[in-house]
Design a protein around this ligand. Structure first.
Ligand code: ADP
Ligand code: GLC
Length: 489
């Protein structure tokens, strides 16, 4: 198949979260499965300096019959996959990606609608006729609409199917209804089942309506999207998709995340020989100025600092947990209010807690390897990748039972009846007491039942969530989308 893959971020070029990991690993796997896949993303400011070669000096992008935008297209290659970078300095040459550090850019809808349209125009300019266009999240969701309604006259896209992957339904690309014309949305498509959302435009909702098929990034999240309490206000739109909305669990790129070969680690290890893990832990403790002692349990968290990740529970629970017997390492970037709260904990417990404010990929690998427990008390989690990395790195995940976290972590039952397959701990309630209790339980297991800890660690490291398996499911979904687009299903 010819696949055009649209994403606002791609690991290795620009990453703010797991979407970038997926936009790198899934195309890589599809390429290996024999498909011709091309990725399109913005040429952000940080990428301009890299001087990637220009493949199209001028691409004309008509968003409406009267609004033509002009851009340049650069290209690079990742894992044998061509990645096209849409260069438009007014839209993408800014300091931030989605926001200025405090607020989302006021023209985000226009910026990313432009990206979506540019990708389609680019495929025509390159004579790359896509069998399938895959959009990811609200940023590129409108691509399915453009395919169906802006190019309905065009034989080039006559048999092109569309898939929308929902990585995070809480971000929806809402903007004023006044932007309807600028975004090229026809008046008849501003109805409640399409783009209209209480008078505003909702790009995710509209894209969902027009896409042939859609998927959530885990089966659990697919179900949650359809429930009123967890559907981010769009449960009716998700439910209306019926079987056209499926759940496909993300994979893990074990080439990238393998403690036996990871170039970011000073020492290596695997499930058969964990000496290297101890050494990485001692090295990290030293690097961060913590007591170097492999016997102290190290609890870690690496995260975007945002409400989704449960800091409103984690902060008070940490005050409960921290004592002389545990160490805590936190790495995060994002909302300042959470950063200040984490910084305050680190200030109060200088012997036991470190908070690193920032985004640091190499450090994130070292923390995964050095830690004994990985905390992920998410309010909701569409899939979550960090707990999957933690499993492979032998750092037992402590998760809230939600979305993809349920699908990937086998939580130890209170009576330990499933200890022969348990890979982590979980709690259900949306309150800090349950989390605090679970953190204490982890500490208790570490000190009082090390055999159980080691057994769970072995079970965790043996887990495998491969992209091969996810890729097969995506291929099925693509085929179904193409049949639908061709009017055959
Ligand atoms: P989300 O996409 O919601 O942020 P995921 O768990 O799917 O959550 O993916 C997060 C990804 O971003 C992981 O690869 C994680 O290691 C990485 N990450 C998040 N915050 C940081 C940070 N401050 N420094 C380095 N990597 C980070
Ligand atoms: C989103 C979700 C996260 C998921 C990632 C990749 O950012 O928050 O749970 O793992 O996308 O699909």
């Amino acid at each position: 198949m010819n696949i055009l893959f649209l994403s606002s971020e791609v690991q290795g070029l620009l990453k703010t979260g797991g979407l970038a990991d997926v936009a790198r690993a899934l195309p890589k796997q599809l390429k290996q499965s024999g498909h011709d896949i091309r990725v399109v993303m913005p040429c952000y400011r940080s990428l301009l300096g890299k001087n990637f070669p220009v493949v199209l000096p001028t691409l004309i992008v008509p968003l409406t019959p009267t609004d033509n935008y002009y851009c340049t297209v650069r290209q690079t290659t990742l894992d044998d996959v061509p990645v096209y970078l849409i260069e438009h300095n007014h839209f993408f040459g800014r300091h931030g990606i989605y926001d200025d550090g405090e607020q989302g850019y006021h023209d985000n809808a226009l910026r990313f609608a432009f990206l979506s349209k540019a990708a389609l125009e680019l495929s025509r300019a390159l004579d790359f006729q896509p069998d399938l266009v895959q959009a990811n999240d609200w940023q590129t969701a409108i691509a399915s609409y453009y395919l169906k309604h802006h190019y309905s006259y065009d034989d080039f896209f006559a048999n092109t199917g569309s898939v929308l992957t929902v990585h995070n339904g809480s971000y929806q690309g809402k903007c004023s209804g006044d932007l309807r014309y600028a975004l090229g949305i026809a008046p008849e498509h501003m109805q409640a089942q399409a783009f209209e959302d209480w008078g505003q435009i909702n790009l995710l909702k509209g894209g969902l309506y027009f896409t042939d098929k859609a998927n959530a990034v885990s089966p659990g999240y697919r179900e949650e999207l359809r429930q009123e309490s967890t559907g981010h206000g769009l449960h009716m739109a998700f439910t209306a998709k019926g079987e056209d909305l499926v759940g496909i669990l993300n994979g893990c790129d074990y080439g990238e995340w393998n403690p036996a070969t990871d170039p970011a680690l000073p020492f290596h290890y695997d499930a058969d020989n964990l000496t290297g893990k101890k050494q990485v832990k001692l090295a990290l403790q030293q690097e961060l100025g913590l007591t170097s002692d492999a016997n102290l349990p190290l609890f870690a968290n690496i995260s975007r600092l945002t409400g989704q990740k449960g800091f409103q529970m984690l902060v008070p629970a940490l005050y409960d947990l921290v004592n002389q017997g545990v160490q805590v390492v936190l790495l995060g970037s994002g909302e300042l209010s959470y950063a200040l709260q984490l910084q305050e904990i680190a200030r109060r417990f200088p012997d036991n807690v470190r908070f690193i404010y920032g985004y640091d990929e190499a450090l994130s690998h070292r923390i995964e390897a050095a830690s004994d427990f990985f905390m992920m008390p998410s309010v909701f989690e569409p899939c979550g990748l960090n707990q999957i990395y933690s499993l492979r790195y032998g750092s037992l995940p402590i998760v809230r039972a939600t979305g993809g976290l349920i699908d990937t972590v086998e939580a130890l039952a209170v009576d330990e009846s499933n200890k022969d397959k348990a890979t982590g701990l979980s709690f259900e309630g949306f309150n800090f007491h349950d989390l605090a209790w679970t953190l204490k339980r982890a500490e208790w297991i570490w000190y009082n039942n090390p055999e159980l800890y080691l057994q769970m660690q072995q079970q965790a490291m043996a887990q495998s969530f491969t992209w091969q398996s996810a890729c097969e499911q995506y291929q099925q979904l693509y085929k179904a989308a193409i049949l639908k687009a061709c009017g055959l299903a």
